[in-house]
Design a protein around this ligand. Sequence first.
Ligand SMILES: [Zn+2]
Length: 480
Amino acid sequence: MSAVRSLTAAVFAAALFAQPPYDLVIRGGRVMDPETGLDAVRTIGISNGAIARVTTGDLDGARTIDASGLVVAPGFIDLHSHGQDAENYRLKALDGVTTALELEIGVLDVPGFIAARRGRALVNFGATVSHPAARLTTLGHPMPPGAIVPASGPATTSPVTDEQFERIAALLEKGLDAGALGIGMGLAYTPGATRLEVIRLFRIAAAHHVPIYVHVRSAGRIEPGSSIESIGEVIGAAAVTGAPLHIVHINSIGLRDSAECLRLVEGARVRGLDVTTEAYPYGAGMTAINSGVFDPGWPEKLGITYADLQLVETGERLTKERFDVLHASPESKLVLLYLNPDEIVDLVIEHPLTMIASDGHVENGKGHPRGAGTYARILARYVRDRHTLSLMAALRKMSLMPAQRLEGAAPLARRKGRAQEGADADLVVFDPRTVQDQATYEKGPLPSTGFRYVLVAGTPVVADGNIVDGVFPGRPVTTR
Ligand SMILES: [Zn+2]
């Protein structure tokens, strides 16, 4: 065989048997990266779950997605996702979320939570260790499985002894040692926690260099117990302990004083404190009717009446009589609370310090629309319809800012929230002209539409707008 012929044969064999250099190529999309400001047509090459190449040239992949005319952006990171099961992960994926974290209330058994989802999750997942659950367990009334927030009772309303606090602290330490992303606190649900208990909890977080994620003690204008006082309590605790602080859903805590509450966060940050916040883009909240939120005096405090409550299960608006029956029942029914007019929601969502987080929880197809529509709603209502957020600003609030909140404690979050070489290939591919939330209070948590592809660690979990069955690329997000 001549040299030329054997070379030709070798080239032919290489062409026949060589693997394409990339597992997946996303070709010709408008790639947007909020950290570097990149907003240009690029082709992305993905290998081993990560973005290996971002280029103006062409790339060869085992599989190719044509993204021309579509936006390619980092997948959304939901810091406040109570729904941590297959039903909720599907709704999250269809809403562009690639990482869904239970940080507000958290979980008690962190290793158990991770083990139950490893290899079985559509999207990335993670949790804080739960102060409410640790407190209730220590006081002999553990939260029932499936409960999102504790029912009001002696274990939520009584102060704890020093000996009891030590036991709570030991449970929290155990969760933090297992990689919990911080400590989750719901002070409105455990009003028996004294100011000193709160400061001691912040000290534990500070010693572990992890944030406190907190639903603050109270809301409204009536003193004591105003929104302003409640935000002041946790900012003060952060200042004296050094613990990073994330205040959840400042919209439903701030109410009419939301703008002032955001100024408190802004002031704390200007003075060097690591304080962040988030909101969901809806006027109504949702919680359990037998929780501490409905302790006596709630209508005056929140500035709403019985008719502003709606039972999620049936859609019925409540009266005083009906409320009294449901409130006294040991059964934990969820209710919508119509708290905020649009002006307040819009002001909070459009504020540059506010991250987007859903506070979502859907069960058997029922629940607040935020569990299904939060992220598409930001892109539809604020970017496309109202023009009050640029597309890049919205993407930043949904991807980069939550990644930055996490990464001080969880270094692996530095690879998330970015459409850059070296980042995890958690990506959304969508049409900004058509992306739309479909969930409403009336119709319930219907899935969003318009996310053409959603990738978790390079694996499509949504393809051509539909869930891909039988794939479980979601990985745990921990401090390890
Ligand atoms: Zn909450």
